[in-house]
Design a protein around this ligand. Sequence first.
Ligand SMILES: [Fe+2]
Ligand SMILES: [Fe+2]
Ligand SMILES: [Fe+2]
Length: 326
Amino acid sequence: MAPNNLNEQLVKYLTDVHSIERQALVQMRAAPGLAGDAVTAGIFDAHRAETEEHDQLVAELLERHGASPSKLKDLLGTLTGAGFGAFAAAQPDTPGKLVAHAFSYEHMEQAAYHLLAALAERAGEAGTAATARGIQQQEQAMGDRLAGCFDRAVDAALRDVAPEALPQQLVAYLTDAHAIEEQSLRLLDRGPELAGVPALATTYAQHRAESVEQQRLIEAELDRREVAPSGIKDAALRLGALNWGLFFQAQPDTPAKLAAFAYAFEHLEIAAYELLRRVAQRAGDTEVEALAGRILGEEQAAAEKIWNLLDEALTVSLRDQGLLAA
Ligand SMILES: [Fe+2]
Ligand SMILES: [Fe+2]
Ligand SMILES: [Fe+2]
């Protein structure tokens, strides 16, 4: 049902972050066992405790707003959370994929709490806004800690790889990057028309053009290594198993949700190129190392632009629903 006022919209955002936390809890419980090294496992375990606290804080906020956490949404969150664990475990290079997906997820949470706090401020709820900002800071700190885990994740992924097998590993990371760009193009295809904010529409359109070129350059590297198109396709299918659907639903406040999702997706790409760059470096491939570094910069710039337009996206979302004066 469409919200009639800012308070109803606030309850919707609280319900969303609650299901995001439920999903995060499943991930944080599975992650230490998949991390591949003790330091990363400890980081996940510490954030599990924080996530439990976030879950509790949001449940209390929902109760204070006269709403109970949606049972159905929680169930969905738990199921897709478990699916994430199975997905991560099914990958040959689990530590890298795990850190990449968790890094992206923390940025989705960061954006979701930013939107919640901004909405609470507009609704005149300073207490709710302060709680949301506090959680947002912890999500950001967790994202920063995960950024410090890329080296260890690559070490763990390549620990049992013989030096002569490194080029083959590099092909796997190139194939993943190619598949991620495919997903990125699908997201950005719809971006401009759903953006709601002209500057965001421009950002999506410009980054789509960049992504076409990124994918072309990755494909050229795969061609040079004579990787068959079927191998590239398989990676695209594997990636499709990652279920982002829970967060990205057809909501009436699409511009804000889309921006938050795009921000998280850029961080999946950032992580993928952080890993690719390190694997290329270990394989002694300076060309791919430089290419990954260059694309990484483009993904970071796109993420920053989207972040800076989140508040405008929220304004348009609320205006579209008649919750703000035009
Ligand atoms: Fe988190
Ligand atoms: Fe990209
Ligand atoms: Fe991107």
